[in-house]
Each structure stands twice: as structure tokens, then as C-alpha cells.
Design a protein around this ligand. Sequence first.
Ligand code: MEV
Length: 430
Amino acid sequence: MSRLPKAFRKRSVRERNRLLGELLELSHDERAALASGHGLLDLADVMVESAVGFMPLPLGVAAGFRIDDETYDIPMATEEPSVIAAAGFAAAVIRRAGGFCTWADEPLMTAQVFLEGVPPGGEAAIAAAEAEVAAALAPLLASMQHRGGGFRALRARRALTGTAAAREVVCAEIVIDVRDAMGANVLNSAAETAAPILEHAAGGRRVMAILSNAARERRAGARFRLPLSKLRRGAHGGQALAERIVLANEIAADNAERAVTHNKGIMNGITALALATANDTRAIEAAVHAYAAREGGYRALTEYRIENNELVGCFSAPLAFGTVGGAVGFHPVARSALRLLGDPGSERLARIAAALGLAQSFAAVLALVTEGIQAGHMRLHANRLAFNAGARGEEITRVAEQLAQTGSFNAETAGRTLQELREAHDSSGL
Ligand code: MEV
């Protein structure tokens, strides 16, 4: 069961904020940070250079995700109106069919040290320096090792193409199990610590030393199986809907322009979770899109098929989420977001992200192959029109409902509707 009270999403925003604070037993400061960013100016100052304030985004919750037989209420930070609604819708449909199954690789990340002017045989010399590199990194990795992670491998390969200078370049890769960290800091330190040893072993000079955000060995994936009898939308039956979803996915597998938008739909969920938990959204996005292009062409990252009267949906990609270190560890809103998820480790968070990405894609494609996405978007857009017209509190819902009823989604109608609403309110003597 979701930990949130029934009909949570139908409560007012102030009530939802209060209820969440109570549920998570947030301190006064944590609640203030969640509600308004209040008290975070010093935090902004230590997070970035030349801080002047915040760019607050809405934080919402997509409730009731069933993932590996547990229920999760997923925090999401996003500026796009339909994203959380779509995630919550998909969560409910898939929950009724048993939920998502997920998996994740060990949290292995790679740091790269590029050396130039490396004579033939340099790669083998680097490989032979593995024990020396491991010993040099031991102090840096001690706490990670204590938690079951640490140094895993050293390998090297030569650039085989390019100019003569490029062909003398060797890339040494240091593989580290970073456990619950995203790992950027430790990998960069490891690469810089190892560089002089590698230079000496290979007989070359360091060009640069930095982690790779590709995170190819840190993938996570999710799958759902939805009986066709549980898939229905208006007049559309399960078989026809499932066939259209499979076809839409085949189009995205074949057409790169469509695949970009399709994968953007997946990332609507994953990035919103990354942002809510103060993870590195750019690193995760770069890795996911590079993975989508791993075979040359850019492809859709989901697969859908019909099997035994069920629609089967799958998604996998590198998902380098951290739950300790970096901004994750000290941003109070991110800490609250993680608490809502039951304080998962990095592997669990990546698995939740994979399920969320798949849910987001399923909801988007289902809408696209039926009524289109504008119908839902316009309903949510009506809230913004009402807000811009000056509506506040309950007025927002009432003006938006009126706009949806008339189908007239523009600023002028919103302004007029608000005025009429206020006049009716005044003349009723309330
Ligand atoms: C909109 O934010 C996301 C979609 O464009 C995704 C898709 O086209 O699959 C609806």
C-alpha cells in the first residue's frame, strides 16, 4: 500500500505538504525547505559559485508504484504539467497487473586516464601495474571498500584510428565499485592519483584523467506484463491497443527522429526523480542517450511485445544514481525525497528509476496512439492559464474546470472566467 493517505492527490497543495511533513516526520527546517526553499540560501552558497538564490521547481509525488513486490511513492521534480499525472496513471494500471520487475548491475564506474606518446607494448605494461595502482588507491577507497566496494580492475587499450599522434594514445581504465555513491569525485581522484604510476609504467605522458559518464557497466532495467484484458481506453480494447503500442515502439526503433522524442518521454520520469534526489541529471541523460546510440543509429530504449495475451514492456539503460555523497547527501529536500522512498541504496534507486522511466513511456505512447497527448496537456495547461489570469487557491481549479468544459484554452477566456467567478462570489454576499 502507498504510505500516502487516500486521495492524496485530490487534497490542496498546503494539505499535501503538511501530510508529507507528518508522514516523514520532517523537522521544522526540512518542512520550511520543502515548502518554500526557506533557509536554503547558505546551502545555495556552498553548492555553487556566485549563488544569488534558487530556481524552485515543483516537487510532486507519483503514488503507488508496485516494484518488486514493494510499494513506492516516487518523488519527482519537474516543470512539465503532465509528467507526474502520467506516471501516476501508468503506476495504477501496471499495479493492477502485479507491478514492475526490475534488476540492476553492480555499481561499477570507470575512470579514464589518457596517455600520449606511448610506445608499443604500453598497454601490457599498464595492465602489469594493476597491483601497484590498487595499492596507491587503497587509502582513497578505504571507506568504499569497507562498504563492500573498491578497486576492481585496470585495463588499457590503444586508439587505433586518427592521426599519428592519436595512435600513440592509450586509454587506461580504472574500474571501481562505488556502492551507494554516484562516484564522480572518487573516480576523478582515483584517476589523478593513478596517472603518474601509469605514465611511468607505459612510458607516456598524461593528456587527461577523468571519469567516464557512460556508466556502461552500471545498467538497470524494468519489465511489466499487462494482461490484455486489463488494458482498455475508451472504445479501444486491449488487443488493438497493445498492437498499436508495439507498432509505435517499432517506429521509434527504426526512426531516429521519433526515437529522440520517445526516449525524452522515458527521461521525463528518470530526470524528475534524479532532480528530486539531487542526482546529476546531465550525467544520467548523457549516459542514457549514448546507450541509445550504442549500435551506431539512435534507437528507442523500450521494447514492447505481445506474449500469451499480455503486453510486455521492457526498458534498460545505464542509470548512475547515488544516494550518498555529492549534493544528495546534504540537500534537505533531496534527503526528504529519499526518505519518502524508504532510504534506498543506489542500486534500488536505479531500479525504481528504471520502472518510472518505463511507466512514463507506457503512459505517453498509450496516449499518443489513442486520443493524442494534447487533450490531457490542455486540461493541465488550463491551471496555468488560470494562475496567469490571477486566480489563486481554489479559484485555480474552478477557472480551469470552466476552461476545460468550454474547450476554450486561452488567456482572454481565463481572465473573463475569473472575473465572472469573483462577481458571482461578491453578489452571493460571501
Ligand atoms: C512529452 O513530454 C513526452 C512525449 O512526447 C513522449 C513521446 O512522444 O513518446 C509525449
